[in-house]
Design a binder for this molecule. Structure first.
Ligand SMILES: [Zn+2]
Length: 120
């Protein structure tokens, strides 16, 4: 991988880490609600926000590991199987420390030892 591309990915990972925990303005809830409809709408928005927060938390944890991989010099390798992640995978999900195959195993709860980097 070219150094310029690696530096661009490093910058992208640092941005993910820097922006972690921020709630997008569109997900802020008007409180207190004036009626049941507003309460229902507010709860739905909060559920969306919670889901988004969980996704951001996972992305943050994975980005921190991927950044460590860059520092160690093994970013292009899968954290689980040590095979190459592949350029398409890196382009699609630069913050993932896993190859497609291992990510699928992790998503299916069939990859042990990396549960802290899996979706709940
Ligand atoms: Zn793998």
């Amino acid at each position: 991988m070219k150094l310029s591309k690696m530096l661009a990915i490093k910058k992208e990972l640092e941005e993910i880490i820097k922006n972690a925990g921020r709630i997008p303005d569109g997900l802020r809830v008007a409180i207190p609600p004036h009626d049941a409809y507003e309460l229902s709408q507010g709860l739905q928005i909060q559920l969306v926000a919670l889901g988004e927060a969980a996704r951001c938390d996972l992305k943050l944890r994975q980005a921190q590991v991927a950044l460590d991989q860059i520092v160690r010099g093994d970013y292009e390798r899968c954290l689980a199987c040590d095979g190459l992640k592949g350029e398409k995978r890196i382009d699609a999900v630069p913050y993932s420390p896993f190859c497609v195959r291992c990510q699928e195993l992790l998503d299916g709860h069939q990859l042990e030892g990396f549960e802290h980097l899996a979706a709940a």
